[in-house]
Design a protein around this ligand. Structure first.
Ligand SMILES: [Zn+2]
Length: 420
């Protein structure tokens, strides 16, 4: 065929013979008839091993390629089966696409890049594919990236966490590298068996090299960690400890709000209505770090201090605990003791419970401070994964969600085809 080199470049294929180009004007589709070069032909689709021909397979098939301008492009070729020594009768490998994929490799790469850069709508509209197809594509792209890179190399300090990804209590267990800030591993489930899979993948020798493990204090995590990496210092995740305090504070706020509402029902008086409403809206002022408060939120907080001393005390307790993590090690231990004493006497049940929990995890909390694990890294990865779980909604499998998270946060982001 004339201009074969040009066509190969336009279609983004290698080791491929372009036999013919055909343009369907009605459908506005360009079909390129292709076949693998002799050296690339007759290889097993799963292992690439040279294998004898077996049969026709299911005849000719098509692969979607990248558009040329506004025109959709398909590659068409025979898809015979070869008889692999290891895999038996298998559809032969093609140099332009992954095994069993309906899109070319460059198409896959572009979708993976887009999925880590743009909105769902941008990807599906531009590439003219369903979001579920995006899920299938990034799953196979991630599988290849995973093969190429040793993501556990040099892993020393890790954080283990669980993330809910769907309503109805579906969870992922995730492992983050404290030193690089990368997501290193994720799997569906949150139990001992799931976490065991991580240590199996890591291998015994490397598990012994882990020096620090931070986690939220869940028993299933500590049991497995104690068993699989004996040498590691176990640390509490400061981010989670502060969240416990935020939860306790919210409980106090809800109580105050319910009491205020109850007062309305009894009296039907104006002041209490306003009070209940204002309490509901005080939520963000109470949650936020004081340095980030807007002036309106500051005013709200001042209002809480005046009208609801108990809620305000709860707020100060939450802030006090958060500050412990910002102190230098020498001061932190003492500050934590002071905080525990204060919380024990505070007469607010939610914080008395929190105080017991803090005492239980004191050693690991202090270890986190001492070993400098109180950075915001885990929290920032956490926030990003949560955003991704929202984007990934609509994927059929958790594997696609994991692929998207790993491609985004695993340190090997997709590159556009032809730019490497
Ligand atoms: Zn094979």
């Amino acid at each position: 065929m004339q201009n074969a080199t040009l066509w190969r470049a336009l279609l983004g294929v290698e080791k491929t013979v372009v036999e013919d180009i055909e343009f369907d004007e009605d459908a506005q589709v360009l079909v390129a008839h292709v076949r693998p070069t002799r050296r690339a032909a007759s290889r097993c689709g799963r292992c690439q091993r040279r294998s004898p021909r077996y049969d026709h397979g299911e005849g000719r098939r098509r692969w979607r390629a990248l558009d040329l301008g506004t025109v959709q492009v398909h590659l068409e070729a025979d898809a015979p089966r070869v008889n692999c020594r290891e895999h038996g009768p298998t559809v032969r490998a093609v140099p332009w696409a992954r095994h069993a994929a309906g899109h070319t490799t460059v198409f896959d790469e572009q979708v993976a890049w887009l999925a880590t850069q743009c909105s769902k709508t941008a990807v599906t509209e531009l590439m003219r594919i369903a979001w579920r197809t995006v899920g299938a594509i990034i799953t196979r792209v991630w599988a290849d990236v995973e093969e190429l890179h040793d993501r556990f190399a040099g892993l020393r300090r890790i954080g283990i966490d669980e993330i809910s990804y769907k309503r109805g209590h579906r969870y992922l267990t995730v492992v983050v590298d404290h030193d690089s800030g990368r997501l290193v591993w994720a799997a569906p489930g949150r139990d001992k068996a799931t976490l065991e899979l991580f240590f199996d993948a890591l291998g015994e020798e490397r598990s012994q090299l882990i020096t620090h493990v931070s986690a939220d204090g869940a028993d299933w995590i500590s049991t497995v960690v104690a068993d699989r990496c004996v040498n590691a210092v176990r640390c509490a995740d400061p981010f989670h400890v502060v969240r416990w305090a935020t939860d306790a504070l919210d409980e106090v706020r809800r109580q105050a709000w319910n009491e205020a509402r109850g007062a309305v029902r009894q009296r039907r008086a104006g002041r209490a209505t306003g009070h209940a409403k204002a309490l509901k809206h005080a939520r963000y002022a109470l949650w936020k770090n004081p340095e980030n408060l807007t002036s309106r939120q500051q005013a709200k907080l001042a209002w809480v201090a005046k009208t609801d001393p108990r809620l305000h005390r709860a707020y100060l307790l939450k802030e006090g605990l958060r500050l412990v993590f910002q102190l230098p090690t020498e001061e932190a231990a003492e500050a934590l003791e002071v905080w525990i004493g204060w919380a024990r006497r505070c007469r607010i049940p939610a914080f008395i419970d929190l105080q017991r929990r803090i005492v239980k995890h004191k050693a690991s909390i202090l270890a986190a401070i001492e070993h400098g694990l109180s950075n915001g890294r885990i929290e920032s990865v956490n926030t990003k994964i949560r955003l991704i779980t929202r984007v990934a909604f609509g994927f059929r499998s958790p594997e696609a969600l994991i692929a998207l998270a790993m491609l985004n946060l695993g340190g090997h982001r997709p590159v556009l085809p032809g730019r490497k």
